[in-house]
Write a protein that binds this ligand. Structure first.
Ligand SMILES: Nc1ccn([C@H]2C[C@H](O)[C@@H](COP(=O)(O)O)O2)c(=O)n1
Ligand SMILES: [Zn+2]
Length: 182
Protein backbone atom coordinates (compact mmCIF):
# COMPACT_ATOMS: atom_id res chain seq x y z
CA UNK A 1 0.00 0.00 0.00
CA UNK A 2 2.77 2.40 0.97
CA UNK A 3 4.72 1.62 -2.22
CA UNK A 4 1.66 2.27 -4.36
CA UNK A 5 1.03 5.72 -2.79
CA UNK A 6 4.64 6.74 -3.40
CA UNK A 7 4.33 5.80 -7.05
CA UNK A 8 1.20 7.95 -7.48
CA UNK A 9 2.86 11.01 -5.92
CA UNK A 10 5.87 10.71 -8.18
CA UNK A 11 3.67 10.50 -11.24
CA UNK A 12 1.84 13.72 -10.24
CA UNK A 13 5.12 15.59 -9.82
CA UNK A 14 6.23 14.47 -13.26
CA UNK A 15 3.00 15.70 -14.86
CA UNK A 16 3.32 19.10 -13.16
CA UNK A 17 6.93 19.65 -14.24
CA UNK A 18 6.06 18.57 -17.81
CA UNK A 19 3.41 21.32 -17.93
CA UNK A 20 5.87 23.94 -16.68
CA UNK A 21 8.29 23.00 -19.48
CA UNK A 22 5.85 23.93 -22.24
CA UNK A 23 6.66 27.14 -24.17
CA UNK A 24 4.78 30.27 -23.14
CA UNK A 25 1.54 30.96 -25.01
CA UNK A 26 0.50 34.39 -26.28
CA UNK A 27 4.01 35.50 -27.14
CA UNK A 28 4.51 38.19 -29.77
CA UNK A 29 4.92 36.56 -33.18
CA UNK A 30 7.50 37.81 -35.69
CA UNK A 31 5.19 39.79 -38.05
CA UNK A 32 3.44 41.60 -35.20
CA UNK A 33 6.80 42.25 -33.56
CA UNK A 34 8.36 43.79 -36.69
CA UNK A 35 5.33 45.93 -37.48
CA UNK A 36 5.18 47.04 -33.85
CA UNK A 37 8.81 48.17 -34.19
CA UNK A 38 7.81 50.19 -37.29
CA UNK A 39 4.81 51.70 -35.46
CA UNK A 40 6.91 52.57 -32.40
CA UNK A 41 9.66 54.05 -34.57
CA UNK A 42 7.10 56.28 -36.32
CA UNK A 43 6.44 57.88 -32.94
CA UNK A 44 9.84 59.58 -33.25
CA UNK A 45 8.58 61.63 -36.22
CA UNK A 46 8.04 65.38 -35.80
CA UNK A 47 5.66 65.52 -38.77
CA UNK A 48 2.40 66.87 -37.29
CA UNK A 49 0.27 65.24 -39.99
CA UNK A 50 1.70 61.82 -40.88
CA UNK A 51 4.19 59.77 -38.86
CA UNK A 52 5.74 56.90 -40.80
CA UNK A 53 7.94 54.05 -39.57
CA UNK A 54 9.94 51.41 -41.47
CA UNK A 55 11.71 48.26 -40.31
CA UNK A 56 13.99 46.18 -42.59
CA UNK A 57 14.30 42.51 -41.64
CA UNK A 58 16.66 39.91 -43.08
CA UNK A 59 15.78 36.27 -43.91
CA UNK A 60 17.09 35.24 -40.46
CA UNK A 61 14.48 37.50 -38.83
CA UNK A 62 17.10 39.99 -37.70
CA UNK A 63 16.30 43.70 -37.85
CA UNK A 64 18.91 45.38 -40.02
CA UNK A 65 17.52 48.90 -40.25
CA UNK A 66 14.81 51.15 -38.86
CA UNK A 67 13.74 54.68 -39.79
CA UNK A 68 11.04 57.33 -39.54
CA UNK A 69 10.22 60.41 -41.59
CA UNK A 70 12.22 63.42 -40.53
CA UNK A 71 14.28 66.37 -41.64
CA UNK A 72 17.86 65.75 -42.79
CA UNK A 73 20.61 65.75 -40.15
CA UNK A 74 21.64 69.32 -39.36
CA UNK A 75 18.30 70.83 -40.42
CA UNK A 76 16.59 71.91 -37.24
CA UNK A 77 13.09 70.51 -36.69
CA UNK A 78 12.23 73.88 -35.19
CA UNK A 79 13.31 75.86 -38.26
CA UNK A 80 12.15 73.63 -41.12
CA UNK A 81 8.56 73.97 -42.40
CA UNK A 82 6.15 71.17 -41.46
CA UNK A 83 3.12 72.41 -43.40
CA UNK A 84 1.50 70.67 -46.37
CA UNK A 85 0.61 73.81 -48.28
CA UNK A 86 2.07 77.27 -48.77
CA UNK A 87 2.04 79.86 -51.53
CA UNK A 88 5.56 78.66 -52.34
CA UNK A 89 6.17 74.88 -52.34
CA UNK A 90 9.60 75.59 -50.88
CA UNK A 91 7.82 76.60 -47.69
CA UNK A 92 6.22 73.15 -47.25
CA UNK A 93 7.81 70.01 -45.78
CA UNK A 94 7.79 68.06 -49.04
CA UNK A 95 11.07 69.13 -50.67
CA UNK A 96 13.01 68.48 -47.45
CA UNK A 97 11.65 65.58 -45.42
CA UNK A 98 13.48 62.24 -45.61
CA UNK A 99 11.04 59.37 -45.91
CA UNK A 100 11.04 56.60 -43.31
CA UNK A 101 12.18 54.00 -45.85
CA UNK A 102 15.15 56.13 -46.93
CA UNK A 103 16.20 56.55 -43.30
CA UNK A 104 15.84 52.80 -42.66
CA UNK A 105 18.29 52.14 -45.52
CA UNK A 106 20.71 54.83 -44.41
CA UNK A 107 20.62 53.50 -40.84
CA UNK A 108 21.21 49.87 -41.86
CA UNK A 109 23.72 47.92 -39.80
CA UNK A 110 24.54 45.26 -42.39
CA UNK A 111 26.56 45.39 -45.58
CA UNK A 112 23.53 44.87 -47.78
CA UNK A 113 19.82 44.20 -47.52
CA UNK A 114 19.41 41.75 -50.40
CA UNK A 115 16.53 39.31 -49.89
CA UNK A 116 15.19 41.32 -46.95
CA UNK A 117 11.62 42.40 -46.35
CA UNK A 118 10.47 45.84 -45.24
CA UNK A 119 7.64 46.54 -42.77
CA UNK A 120 6.17 50.00 -43.33
CA UNK A 121 3.28 51.83 -41.69
CA UNK A 122 2.45 53.59 -44.98
CA UNK A 123 2.70 52.29 -48.54
CA UNK A 124 5.99 53.47 -50.13
CA UNK A 125 6.06 56.28 -52.68
CA UNK A 126 7.72 55.85 -56.09
CA UNK A 127 11.04 57.29 -54.87
CA UNK A 128 11.18 54.82 -51.98
CA UNK A 129 10.05 52.04 -54.33
CA UNK A 130 13.14 52.74 -56.46
CA UNK A 131 15.34 52.46 -53.37
CA UNK A 132 13.60 49.25 -52.31
CA UNK A 133 14.17 47.71 -55.74
CA UNK A 134 17.78 48.77 -56.08
CA UNK A 135 18.60 47.52 -52.60
CA UNK A 136 17.29 44.02 -53.40
CA UNK A 137 14.33 43.99 -50.98
CA UNK A 138 11.92 41.21 -51.95
CA UNK A 139 8.81 41.91 -49.90
CA UNK A 140 6.89 44.96 -48.68
CA UNK A 141 4.42 44.64 -45.79
CA UNK A 142 2.33 47.76 -45.16
CA UNK A 143 -0.43 48.98 -42.84
CA UNK A 144 -1.99 52.02 -44.52
CA UNK A 145 -2.54 52.60 -48.21
CA UNK A 146 -4.23 55.97 -47.67
CA UNK A 147 -2.45 57.49 -50.69
CA UNK A 148 -3.52 54.71 -53.09
CA UNK A 149 -5.09 57.19 -55.51
CA UNK A 150 -1.93 59.32 -55.77
CA UNK A 151 0.40 58.86 -58.73
CA UNK A 152 3.42 58.31 -56.40
CA UNK A 153 1.78 55.17 -55.04
CA UNK A 154 0.40 54.02 -58.40
CA UNK A 155 3.89 54.31 -59.87
CA UNK A 156 5.37 52.45 -56.88
CA UNK A 157 2.94 49.56 -57.44
CA UNK A 158 3.77 49.50 -61.14
CA UNK A 159 7.47 49.28 -60.30
CA UNK A 160 6.89 46.51 -57.74
CA UNK A 161 4.77 44.52 -60.21
CA UNK A 162 7.43 44.82 -62.92
CA UNK A 163 10.20 43.70 -60.58
CA UNK A 164 8.30 40.91 -58.81
CA UNK A 165 8.39 42.56 -55.39
CA UNK A 166 5.38 41.44 -53.38
CA UNK A 167 3.35 43.91 -51.35
CA UNK A 168 0.94 42.67 -48.70
CA UNK A 169 -1.36 44.47 -46.33
CA UNK A 170 -0.43 43.61 -42.76
CA UNK A 171 -2.92 41.42 -40.90
CA UNK A 172 -2.12 41.51 -37.19
CA UNK A 173 -2.58 38.48 -34.97
CA UNK A 174 -3.59 40.78 -32.13
CA UNK A 175 -5.47 44.07 -32.43
CA UNK A 176 -3.55 45.98 -29.81
CA UNK A 177 -0.15 45.92 -28.20
CA UNK A 178 0.26 48.10 -25.14
CA UNK A 179 3.61 49.51 -24.09
CA UNK A 180 3.29 50.17 -20.39
CA UNK A 181 6.27 51.69 -18.59
CA UNK A 182 4.55 51.35 -15.25
N1 LIG B 1 6.06 56.07 -47.91
C1 LIG B 1 6.14 57.26 -47.29
C2 LIG B 1 5.27 58.29 -47.61
C3 LIG B 1 5.39 59.48 -46.95
N2 LIG B 1 6.33 59.64 -46.01
C4 LIG B 1 6.37 60.87 -45.25
C5 LIG B 1 6.64 62.16 -45.93
C6 LIG B 1 5.88 63.15 -45.08
O1 LIG B 1 6.65 63.49 -43.93
C7 LIG B 1 4.67 62.37 -44.65
C8 LIG B 1 3.48 62.54 -45.58
O2 LIG B 1 2.81 63.71 -45.20
P1 LIG B 1 1.31 64.02 -45.65
O3 LIG B 1 1.33 64.33 -47.12
O4 LIG B 1 0.48 62.80 -45.35
O5 LIG B 1 0.92 65.20 -44.81
O6 LIG B 1 5.08 61.04 -44.67
C9 LIG B 1 7.18 58.60 -45.70
O7 LIG B 1 8.04 58.73 -44.80
N3 LIG B 1 7.09 57.45 -46.37
ZN1 LIG C 1 8.88 57.65 -50.05
Amino acid sequence: MFALQAAVINFQLWVRSETACQKREGYLEWPDYFMAVAVLTAQRSKDPNTQVGACIVNPENKIVGIGYNGMPIGCSDDVMPWGKTASNELDTKYPYVCHAELNAFVNKNSADVKGCRIYVTLFPCNECAKLIIQAGIKEVIFVSDKNHDKSEVKAAKRLFDLTGITYTRFTPKRRQLVVDFD
